[in-house]
Write a protein that binds this ligand. Structure first.
Ligand SMILES: Cc1ncc(COP(=O)(O)O)c(C=O)c1O
Length: 287
């Protein structure tokens, strides 16, 4: 494709298309909105990378926190994939356990531990699992069919005290549309709590779409941690994870215990370009 504007796109031969993809939902107000572009152009004049935190980062953080009540603290990253990597490491650090449960057909980005029975491109291309992912990387990733609470209970039974987190798309968008059965999410919430495991909603696809506060508000279930993607950057490469303060405080710099562990993330936070936040902030004003 060559260019996009509003709901239309043009290829390099000049053919025009109606765009039903909308950058997978992140271009929620249409592409290349004039006011967004003007705001971005202004922000770009201030520079593209400070090597230090910027004000827009703080403003966007406050906006996301006030929009999604379960997010008490937030950490920005560069993509949904990074958000899922960060949340996985955090859940493991918080619980001191390594195993996770993910669901068949759910996609949580292209980090090794999630590329087992994954949805999205992996499912579309019919790849059983992804070549290049070492067995060891997915060894701790247990899988269950979506909406199958019995399997989840059995996994907890068979892995007592070993499961750090349950991670899922609360409404699956990466292997066709799969809605959660009534009580499925409530059962996961209960099981996670009973087993001191962390419940993670990957809202990279549902966040700010199913409702302003995401699937969690729409479906009435509160996760411990949430991941978000490009929607909060107005289509720019931004992601975030956040949630319960008690868990998030383990992330450096608030959590000195894990400062070294999270050194990479600390760096991520200070190397953001302000323009990454500008378009996202603009979207919040529109809503
Ligand atoms: C639910 C979900 N999680 C994570 C990701 C990964 O996000 P990104 O492509 O920004 O790395 C995606 C991408 O489509 C997604 O749909």
């Amino acid at each position: 494709m060559d260019s996009v504007k509003g709901s239309h796109m043009w290829d390099i031969d000049g053919n025009e298309y109606i765009d039903y993809v909308g950058s997978w939902g992140s271009a929620i107000i249409g592409h290349a909105d004039d006011e967004v572009l003007a705001a971005l152009a202004e922000t770009m004049k201030k520079g593209t990378s400070f090597g230090a935190p910027c004000l827009l980062e703080k403003i966007l953080a406050e906006m996301v926190i006030s929009a999604v009540p379960s997010i008490e603290m937030i950490r920005f990253v560069n993509s949904g994939t990074e958000a899922c990597i960060g949340v996985l490491r955090l859940a493991r650090a918080f619980t001191g356990r390594e195993r996770i449960i993910k669901f068949e057909g759910c996609y949580h980005g292209h980090a090794d531990p999630f590329l087992v029975k994954a949805g999205s491109g992996v499912a579309t291309l019919g790849l059983p699992d992804s070549p290049g992912v070492p067995k060891g990387a997915t060894y701790e990733s247990l899988t269950s069919p979506f909406n199958d609470i019995l399997t989840v209970e059995n996994l907890f039974e068979a892995n007592k005290g070993d499961i750090a987190a349950i991670i899922l798309e609360p409404v699956v968008g990466n292997s066709g549309f799969i809605a959660p059965k009534p009580d499925f999410l409530a059962a996961l919430r209960r099981i996670a709590k009973e087993n001191d495991a962390v419940l993670v909603f990957d809202e990279v696809m549902t966040g700010f779409r199913l409702s302003y506060s995401g699937a969690q508000e729409y479906l009435g279930i509160t996760p411990d941690l949430t991941t978000l993607g490009k929607i909060i950057g107005g289509g720019h490469p931004v992601g975030a994870y956040g949630g319960r303060r008690e868990i998030m405080e383990m992330v450096a710099p608030a959590g000195p215990k894990f400062a070294k562990f999270y050194w990479g993330m600390l760096e991520e936070a200070v190397y953001f370009a302000p323009s990454q936040f500008e378009a996202g902030i603009f979207l919040f004003f529109i809503f």
